[in-house]
Write a protein that binds this ligand. Structure first.
Ligand SMILES: Cc1ncc(COP(=O)(O)O)c(C=O)c1O
Length: 449
């Protein structure tokens, strides 16, 4: 085991070092090499070192350089050194933190991380929380608590009796809500399309004045950080309107919620803490390895009401039992690397990381604007939307940028315009990476003129 793990550490270290040299996207040869893996399952055992050697030789070149400094696609953080190392230790521990009795360390690290997270994100200290796979499941989890609560208030036990014959729930969303929110609503039986959609402004912010007066069970879903523009829905106005009619307010803050950690950016999330539930990701801006999302619910009893389970063979302790708050029972110990990331950064390091990445996004936008590109959004956070002219040209430039391999950015459609998305979310990105990447993008644009 020791020799194998040492060899693995070597492979991983070499991989991370090589990321600086290689194309961010895998080469076509590396992708073609994947065919070598497509073989019948071996009849006989293979030595672990050989398995690893094969995985590295064929697999490493075929990865996308998401752990590197110049991956700007989707909203993808890297892995902080302490978080990656803690993730390895957690793998060795092989803990199942569904119950305190099953994994005291896994359970306690979640309990501590939850306390720290509520403090950093300035959410009510007594809120409940769930450590889940990502913001999609965090939205699902928080909305399950919302569904539980708004139906319980009219005397309906949705966990026991389901939704057949239940009083209808009005669900209000902004027109620019993230697709994962609709997926969560669909999984919960509340319907992807059975929603009241509120128009948005040019940055994708919900126009709160258009929220109709609500009667009966109702959930208003707002967003802290639009996936394209980074813009925030106006929380104070939305919460005031929704709460005046007794509606639950849920906040999808997959990455935007982390702005709270910085004095410079926390004005963007003003009023968000008045909501009833929140979803965010740790694998985005906190820079822990996948998968790691977080759901927080103001009243822990509603989360427990939606998620609890009981069995004689699952003994409960006085500790917070994770499986009472989360859709999963058995799962990995996600609190380990969250605790490690927060310990290694401290308050100041986390604020610095948020501010640095936002500053780098500003710089990126400025360099591209000066190079003649059109920036379609107000760069208030870490997201930049770039147009290179018409849709066809913008798409050609994006493909050229991806082929060039200096950096990686993806396409999107923003209010009728095709755009290139840039998301600066990695702890590792430096100023020189922005300069190198902006130069590569401008030269791709020049080649497509
Ligand atoms: C606002 C928002 N919500 C939800 C998600 C889904 O997150 P995940 O892929 O971690 O489930 C994203 C992903 O980018 C997002 O930006």
């Amino acid at each position: 085991m020791r020799a194998l793990l040492k060899m693995t550490a070597e492979i991983a270290a070499r991989y991370l070092e090589n990321l600086e040299e290689r194309s961010v996207a895998p080469s076509s040869e590396a992708l073609a090499g994947l065919d070598e893996l497509d073989q019948p399952m071996p009849e006989l055992p293979m030595e672990a070192a050989r398995v690893l050697e094969r995985l590295d030789r064929i697999g490493s070149p075929a990865t996308m350089g998401m752990a590197g400094r110049r991956f700007f696609g989707f909203v993808i953080g890297g892995s902080l050194p302490a978080a990656l190392a803690a993730n390895w230790v957690a793998g060795a521990w092989d803990q199942c933190p569904s119950l305190f009795v099953a994994s005291p360390i896994g359970t306690v690290l979640e309990e501590i991380s939850l306390k720290w997270l509520l403090d950093i994100l300035q959410l009510p200290a007594t809120s409940g929380g769930a450590f889940v796979t990502g913001a999609t499941v965090a939205n699902f989890t928080a909305l399950a608590a919302a569904r539980h609560s708004v139906l319980a208030r009219v005397g309906w036990d949705v966990e026991a009796d389901g939704l057949f014959g239940a009083p209808p729930i009005t669900v209000v969303v902004g027109d620019e809500a993230h697709p994962s929110l609709f997926k969560a609503l669909g999984m919960l039986g509340m319907g992807r399309s059975r929603v009241v959609r509120i128009p948005v402004d040019g940055q994708g912010r919900m126009m709160a004045s258009q929220i109709p007066s609500l009667e009966g069970p109702a959930i208003v879903c707002m967003q802290a950080g639009n996936v394209n523009t980074g813009a925030f829905d106006p929380a104070p106005e939305i919460c005031a309107r929704a709460h005046a009619s007794g509606a639950w307010v849920h906040v999808d803050g997959a990455f935007g919620l982390w702005a709270t950690a910085s004095r410079q950016y926390q004005h963007l999330v003003e009023g968000v803490s008045v909501a009833d539930s929140w979803a965010t990701d740790a694998h985005k801006w906190l820079n822990v390895p996948y998968d790691s999302g977080l759901a927080f619910v103001r009243n822990p009893a509603t989360l427990k009401g939606a998620m609890s389970l009981e069995a004689a063979y699952l003994p409960q302790s006085p500790h917070r039992e994770p499986s009472q708050y989360s859709p999963e029972s058995s799962r990995r110990a996600r609190g380990v690397e969250i605790w490690a990331a927060l310990s290694s950064l401290g308050h100041s390091g986390l604020a610095e990381m948020i501010e640095r990445t936002c500053g780098l996004a500003q710089r990126f936008a400025e360099a591209l604007r000066q190079g003649g590109c059109e920036i379609l959004n107000e760069v208030a956070l870490n997201q930049v939307l770039v147009s290179f002219g018409d849709s066809a040209r913008t798409r050609r430039v994006i493909e050229r940028v991806q082929r060039d391999g200096t950096c990686w950015c993806g396409p999107t459609e923003w209010q009728g315009r095709t755009a290139m998305r840039i998301s600066v979310s990695s702890w590792a990105t430096r100023e020189e990476d922005i300069e190198r990447s902006a130069a590569a993008i401008l030269s791709a644009a020049a080649a497509e003129s």
